[in-house]
Design a protein around this ligand. Structure first.
Ligand code: G6P
Length: 372
């Protein structure tokens, strides 16, 4: 009913709008007054976490994209090697694990069969399993050694939005906490990122307040035959997520690529008028990545692409090459997906609506897939 949708036409719109609160609720009570993380709920003793020598993330769909971002965060802040794999592939290749492996299973519903079977396999091998889950008491957390709940509240729309942002928060918390208990050389950076995470709800709110031009752009692209998405570093999974949203909701051909791979194949797809969304890393962090992606934008634009550029406020280098510029607030490099994903959700939702599709219940998809 309209009341359940809180005045919005679709649950998806409501859930996109709820993201600042979902992020804030997922952070709540987890950052101590001393600026350190307290994740007592993890139930895996710090001593065990100190001995972990490998992390494996398993998940499906949108949660898998959160897992890809987790890998960047975990390897950077903890120096523990981290793999990420779609849950449906994981157990069939005889993966290598032991009691020093930490497996992180990410699932909004907690009922996805592929993810459940992956975690069962991991536990049989002696690995410790930590679930990141949005549904209290669901099967995946019940069968895991520990759980870190996301507090997105119930997500009704099939395409995941607020759950994804809270999965990112949970992944950052786990990565930062592992860094904190293990005491890496990134101690100062970890403290400052923990502080900046507290600012994420306000930044997401800020992005949501600037989405009207993105909606207009989406409507203007309703007849586009395809849309490509490029990103690098944590922007790569964001590009994949942007493309997935467009497939799920608008039934369009949409593909995400690592921008550096462009020259190894996908650049052949570029032709006059093709919309290409580019997620640009901060020019402050690893500026080499920023500069390389600016070159990519030039290259595709010279070949006729219509460039839709998502870039940090104050990044002037992209301005000459952006047919459409979407600004996001400055964040630490690894946290950028919290803000860069939001315009892509809005874009897909609006484009699908313009095409007349039912965004809450896309064809052929289920919110929770309980078969392998
Ligand atoms: C289904 C949904 C996706 C979701 C995936 C994983 O395929 O349509 O939106 O990302 O399952 O769901 P989970 O509940 O495990 O996060």
């Amino acid at each position: 009913s309209a009341a359940e949708k809180g005045g919005y036409d679709y649950f998806m719109l409501k859930e996109i709008a709820e993201q600042p609160k979902a992020v804030a609720d997922t952070l709540l009570g987890r950052i101590g007054t001393d600026g350190r993380l307290t994740l007592d709920e993890l139930r895996i003793p710090d001593q065990v976490l100190r001995e972990v020598d490998k992390v494996v993330v398993v998940a499906c769909g949108t949660a898998f994209h959160a897992g890809m971002i987790a890998k960047y965060a975990i390897e950077h802040w903890t120096r523990i090697p981290c793999e990420v794999e779609v849950a449906s592939e994981f157990r069939y290749r005889d993966p290598i694990m032991d009691d020093r492996t930490l497996v992180i299973a990410i699932s909004q519903s907690g009922e996805t069969m592929d993810t459940l079977m992956a975690l069962r396999h991991a536990r049989e091998q002696g690995a410790k399993v930590l679930a990141i889950c949005n549904t209290n008491g669901s099967t995946i957390p019940r069968e895991s050694d520990a759980v870190l709940y996301t507090h997105a509240g119930p997500e009704v729309a099939v395409a995941s939005t607020k759950a994804f942002l809270t999965q990112l928060v949970a992944c950052y918390l786990v990565a930062l906490y592992l860094g904190q208990v293990r005491g890496t050389k990134w101690g100062d950076e970890i403290s400052s990122v923990i502080r900046e995470l507290g600012d994420a709800p306000r930044q997401v709110e800020q992005v949501l307040g600037t989405m009207e031009p993105v909606r207009a752009l989406a409507r203007s692209l309703a007849d586009a035959p395809a849309v490509l998405f490029l990103g690098r570093h944590v922007g790569h999974p964001v590009a994949l997520e942007g493309a997935l949203k467009l497939k799920e909701l608008a039934y369009m051909h949409a593909e995400g690529f690592a921008a550096g791979e462009l020259k190894h194949g996908p650049i052949a797809l570029i032709e006059e008028g093709l919309p290409v969304v580019v997620v640009v890393p901060s020019p402050r962090g690893r500026s080499i990545l920023h500069d390389k992606i600016v070159s990519n934008i030039q290259e595709i634009r010279a070949r006729g692409a219509r460039t839709i550029v998502i870039a940090e406020e104050g990044d002037e280098a992209v301005v000459p090459y952006a047919d459409h510029l979407i600004r996001i607030p400055a964040t630490p490099t690894l946290l950028q997906p919290l803000v860069s994903t939001v315009p892509l959700q809005v874009f897909a939702c609006e484009l699908a609506t313009a095409k007349g599709h039912e965004v809450d219940q896309p064809r052929n998809l289920a919110k929770s897939v309980t078969v392998e």
